[in-house]
Design a protein around this ligand. Sequence first.
Ligand SMILES: [Zn+2]
Length: 295
Amino acid sequence: MKRATVGIIGGSGLGETILQKAGGQPIDVKTPFGSPSAPPILANWEGVEVAFIARHGEGHHLNPSAIPYRANIFALKKLGVSSIIASGATGSLREDMQPAHLVICDQVIDKTNRRDNTFYDQGLVAHVEFADPFCQTLRELLAKAGEKVATTIHHAGTYVCMEGPQFSTRAESNMHRQWGGDLIGMTCMPEAKLAREAEICYALVALPTDYDCWRPVKQGRAKDELLTEIIGNLKKATENAIALIHEALRIMDTSPRTCACHDALKMAIWSDKNAIDPELRDRLEPLIGRHLADN
Ligand SMILES: [Zn+2]
């Protein structure tokens, strides 16, 4: 099977660019957790082997609760991916995080409640550290790459991940601000948790497309005018995110990683390794194989 070093998860705009600029090929990857949202597109972009997954599937048919997060992360792991750069649209909870800016998130508040959020839910117990949900090394790389991108880039931000698909009420939006949230979105979780469980470095570039409902809309503005503005902001933010990821790949050091993400399972498996069902070991081999090698 072909291999990739960097996984990219995002919207269809990103995928089209990778197809156009890097001439990628979609490939079929099977996982014990079903099929990924869409076949990963493999391409060589700026000398780096990348695998792109359209998070919402082809034609954006998967709502945030229905995205096969486990299959997506497992497929990337199987392809050899050691770092993931993800992007996603968000609503801004802060006046200064303006639409079409980019935010390299550093924290998450997870409010999702009906998604499969672990690979280790049967026959094996693992508790990975998650105090810092995003890879510091990747975040620094993105911040450096951002110096070449013509938009404001925020180097930190707390992402509130809600279940959706409906947006927040105004009371919830105000509460999220009081919690210290900077952005609200629906897709970062459990994606980041699963990446950590798979020992893959993961960073998220959030794309604020509008302000969440805490901020009063100017009187007299028509709904369709607002929607056109949001779509325009998303387009602009996507172009900025593509420029950022492109630059990050250009300056990326692809030698073996030294951050803690790649050893996240080392002390995390609480189950007796000798008692793990051989079938389960086989099923999860790409994730846990190296930790069970001596058992
Ligand atoms: Zn890392």
